[in-house]
Design a protein around this ligand. Structure first.
Ligand code: MD6
Ligand code: FE
Length: 217
């Protein structure tokens, strides 16, 4: 593949790193987009602010979430699913910025997934001491589509497990600007985020932000 074809990613010297079959790490690939992302994120959160959803079992999630795009991910007493309106405002989710969608498509292409058209971006916020327990992403209709995950702000240890919850997991450090593309035979791997260590990031302050682009519908 001729990587020079990809304008938005051509700046990076980092070559795609295949961590496991179908799990590709693009180190620092979002770095050039940080100020755009930060600005657009402010506008999105003015419409659909971060909130702590409740699991179907009634537990308040430690991670605060919002979404943009045609579908947003929600969780409540009735389960986990995608919905075209924000339950908080009963209005459509804010639009997915064109620059975000293009970046997600280009990242997927660069990682070997040529036909990715995201219709949902889940926005997660972690404050110090927050963790995300092992889970599978299986609320989307068709697992043939990858997920593109962008890490911003404080660093995290991503736990990359296997196909069963009890399988061993390895730790992948994810830093500001890193992009992880996740699909094919790894699409249903268990994964999570270790407890976030306190710190301060010059752009995102005392938190870690993660954007995950998905094809939900
Ligand atoms: C996070 N990410 O990085 C949580 N899921 O904050 C995820 O749960 C995730 O990064 C599916 C694919 C990629 C991910
Ligand atoms: Fe996930």
């Amino acid at each position: 593949m001729n990587y020079d074809l990809f304008d938005a990613l051509a700046y990076t010297s980092a070559q795609p790193e295949e961590i496991e079959p179908g799990v590709v790490l693009l180190r620092g690939a979002a770095s050039h987009l940080v100020s755009d992302i930060h600005q657009q994120l402010g506008a999105i959160l003015n419409i659909s602010p971060f909130r702590h959803m409740f699991t179907p079992g009634g537990r308040r999630m430690a991670v605060a979430t919002s979404s943009c795009g045609p579908y947003g991910w929600i969780s409540d007493q009735y389960g986990y699913r995608y919905h075209s309106a924000d339950p908080l405002t009963e209005q459509p989710w804010p639009a997915m910025p064109v620059s975000w969608e293009q970046f997600a498509r280009e990242s997927a292409l660069y990682a070997g997934f040529p036909d990715f058209l995201p219709d949902s971006c889940l926005i997660n916020r972690y404050q110090a001491e927050t963790q995300l327990s092992l889970h599978q992403d299986k609320d989307e209709k068709d697992f043939k589509h990858p997920i593109v995950s962008v890490s911003l702000g404080l660093s995290a240890q991503f736990l990359l497990g296997g196909m069963r919850r009890e399988d061993a997991s390895r730790k992948i450090p994810l830093m500001h600007g890193d992009v992880l593309v996740w699909g094919n035979q790894s699409r249903l791997r268990f994964h999570g985020i270790s407890r976030i260590q306190a710190g301060y990031h010059p752009v995102f302050g005392d938190c870690r932000i993660n954007l995950t682009f998905r094809r939900a519908g």
